[in-house]
Design a protein around this ligand. Structure first.
Ligand code: BDP
Length: 720
């Protein structure tokens, strides 16, 4: 009997402790009790009760969130009230509500649109209150998450006067998820969309996913892969998509799908998908009407056409504009948009891949319907650890261009490397295109302010999967978080976003913050150093893009590494100057001149634009070869520094996440060494110069590294 009781107690203990483990599922919405007693006292005083002034599905989810968050943060329940009778009432409502009319909140919300909000401390009926007001429910939800964030990050709630309005209209996650639940370039398990069990089985994750997105202002989700499957447009799947849309709707999230361009042929055996054929146009118009019957607030389509084997209008001798406009016309009556991707390149085209998207799209400027956005990757090649900004930004003033960032780390160590991407995102957003003179930043192009567009967008290729912690690496969550925050406000700094995230994710211990913050801030530069320093790019293993493959040669040239680094006995780098491929001329002056000049080109882009002799003198005075080697070594040394920094946090971070990150950093160190040794030994076969004195020698021969193979590296495209 006693043994039985002990066993039961043990089992209960195990069950409780395993549910209590900080497994990362809660993301940044942890709502643990405030640890600062002064702040806790203040919050309890200001938030004795809350009043939702009207009812709606979104108000219900606000209520749910507050019911979860406030008792957690404050350690005691907060009463729901239906009028202001006490000091310390939080009021959540629209300015037109009779009780709020005297406050003139409408004036503050004049430019807030449907998603902006104000949070203000004031007095109502002689009682001290905090009001979250917005024109529409979505704004109220964002305001509530903002207030919760202030508490989670221990901010003062005295005298609040906050107005926040998103700078970008469509803030969208792109899931490269297949209907069989594999995820292209996904490193966090399988797709969270359980298509087989939908629409009847609603996984609680869908709701938590929506909560997380809403908390950072993401208002759209493309739930299928850009390498699209037409099946998702058939009734059996639309019913499933509708079930997801129903979960997302109260959270202000619209659902979008990828449209396979030849769907009329694949679904209904049409002989053509020619966008100018009236039967094809009718097919799409009918299909879109059908979709809206299932999902009345359907957002629209993302299209990858005539790229990497995907069908498109060019199969019928039509243009990208013809294709995009056909879909735009079908969506227009329902309020939907087309996000047509500019990621097109073709190995049959002899020109430098860097130039192809620009050449293809610039002539279509002004030809696109007003509900088309062209979705442009941050750089002209493909989500590399570092790329100069895409020359299309600023070059199509009559067309809204939206940004496509990659959150999943296809080229940055998968879900195994700690790489904070906000610094990469910011580098691109803050870059000056000079399209309309100085100050014409990429951010101003994509938020529509430079050219006066009323629609604008930012897409992020999601890093989310079925892993318990959603993103595989605990720090991968920071990239999801940062993407959302920057889509809402691209003027935030990478540093302030990181600090918010650390506080919400790991707590407010100042030592934890001052240790993790510098790690995050330099982590991307560290990765650039051990993978592709000085402007090198696309050196990853063939197909899966895992690990180093600078030697990858043969087959389609623009999928090889040698195409990009062009190393030979004289030097290394891709000559994109006016005497080379002339990609530089796609940029506006003075950017074009800067990139074109060997002396003026920033060293971080040197080998992107120039083929440089091995003995070229760098700004530091050392030769290019020595500088390159030193970068690779510095990359590895800095990973070791991150390991040491992390180790100091033992006992300050919960054991589960502490050891998870520690193990991942160990892998990162190993892989950084693999990158360094492989690249240095390989490039040495061209430079024929020694590894500078004092540096540890590679453990193995080049041959050893070249023979390593990783046939089951995750995230690979099924058809490769
Ligand atoms: C590349 C990926 C490939 C994607 C493609 C795209 O390797 O899997 O399909 O981008 O963006 O980065 O369409």
């Amino acid at each position: 009997m006693i043994r039985k009781c002990v066993l039961i107690a043990l089992l209960v203990f195990m069950a409780v402790s395993s549910t209590l483990a900080e497994d990362g599922y809660r993301l940044w919405l942890r709502y643990d009790k405030i640890t600062d007693s002064g702040k806790l006292k203040q919050y309890r005083e200001y938030l004795k009760g809350y009043w939702l002034t009207h009812d709606s599905p979104t108000m219900q989810v606000i209520d749910d969130e507050l019911q979860m968050a406030l008792p957690g943060l404050l350690g005691s329940g907060v009463t729901k009230v239906s009028s202001v009778t006490n000091n310390g009432t939080l009021i959540i409502g629209k300015p037109s509500h009779p009780a709020l009319q005297s406050l003139n909140l409408g004036a503050h919300l004049q430019n807030a649109g449907t998603e902006g909000f104000v949070i203000t401390s004031t007095t109502l009926n002689k009682k001290k209150v905090i009001i979250i007001a917005a024109n529409e429910d979505a704004g109220l939800l964002y305001g509530v998450f903002h207030l919760l964030k202030l508490m989670q990050t221990h901010k003062d709630l005295k005298d609040l006067t906050i107005t926040s309005v998103p700078k970008i209209k469509y803030r969208i996650l792109n899931h490269w998820d297949n209907l069989d639940r594999t995820v292209e370039r996904g490193y966090a398990g399988f797709s969270i969309w359980d298509w087989h069990k939908l629409p009847d089985y609603i996984d609680p994750r869908y709701r938590d996913y929506a909560r997380a997105n809403a908390s950072i202002g993401i208002n759209g989700a493309v739930v299928t892969n850009v390498n699209a499957n037409a099946l998702v447009l058939t009734p059996a799947y639309l019913e499933k998509v509708a079930a997801l849309a129903n979960v997302f709707r109260p959270y202000g999230i619209r659902i979008y799908l990828t449209a396979r361009f030849n769907a009329p042929m694949e679904i209904d055996k049409y002989e053509t998908a020619d966008p100018l054929d009236p039967k094809v146009r009718k097919w799409w118009a009918d299909k879109v009407t059908e979709i809206y019957r299932y999902i009345p607030d359907f957002g629209g389509f993302v299209v990858k056409a005539n790229s990497e084997g995907q069908p498109g209008p060019q199969n019928y001798n039509r243009t990208h504009a013809d294709g995009a406009n056909m879909l735009a016309e079908a969506l227009k009556p329902h309020g939907g948009i087309v996000m047509w991707r500019a990621f097109v390149y073709d190995d049959k085209v002899p020109d430098d891949r860097h130039k192809q998207a620009y050449n293809e799209f610039v002539p279509h400027d002004g030809q696109l319907k007003d509900n088309v956005l062209i979705q442009v990757k941050n750089g002209a090649i493909d989500f590399q650890p570092r790329e100069p900004f895409h020359p299309l930004f600023g070059a199509m003033p009559k067309t809204p261009l939206m940004m496509e960032f990659q959150i999943t780390q296809e080229y940055l160590g998968f879900a195994t490397h700690l790489v904070y991407l906000a610094t990469l995102f910011k580098e691109c957003l803050d870059a000056d295109t000079y399209a309309k003179g100085p100050g014409s930043t990429v951010a101003k192009v994509i938020d529509g302010s430079l050219d006066g567009h009323s629609i604008s967008g930012m897409a992020g290729v999601a890093n989310i999967g079925t892993d318990r912690n959603w993103c595989g690496h605990p720090f991968g969550q920071a990239n999801w978080y940062a993407f959302g925050r920057l889509a809402w406000d691209h003027q935030l700094s990478a540093e302030e976003i990181a600090e918010e995230w650390i506080r919400m994710t790991f707590g407010n211990d100042e030592i934890v913050i001052s240790t993790i913050l510098p790690m995050m801030m330099v982590s991307r530069e560290i990765t650039v150093n051990y993978m592709t320093p000085l402007g090198l790019h696309h050196l990853m293993g063939r197909n899966h893009h895992y690990g180093p493959g600078p030697w990858v040669d043969g087959g389609r040239p623009d999928w090889t590494s040698v195409y990009y680094h062009r190393a030979d006995s004289m030097g290394i780098g891709f000559d994109r100057t006016t005497s080379g491929s002339d990609a530089v001329s796609q940029y506006f002056p003075p950017v074009a001149e800067t990139f074109n000049s060997l002396e003026k080109c920033p060293e971080e882009y040197l080998l992107w634009f120039h083929h440089v002799p091995w003995d070229y003198k760098m700004k530091s005075g050392e030769t290019l070869w020595n500088a390159l080697v030193h970068k690779y070594y510095a990359g590895v040394d800095s990973v070791r520094w991150m390991q040491r920094m992390w180790n100091t946090l033992e006992n300050r971070i919960d054991p589960y996440r502490f050891s998870q990150v520690k193990m991942l950093l160990n892998i990162q160190e190993k892989e950084a060494v693999l990158w360094r040794n492989s690249c240095v030994l390989y490039f040495q076969t061209f430079s024929r110069r020694p590894i500078p004195e004092g540096l540890e020698k590679p453990e193995h021969s080049l041959d050893y590294y070249m023979k390593l193979s990783f046939p089951y590296a995750p995230g690979i495209r099924p058809r490769w």
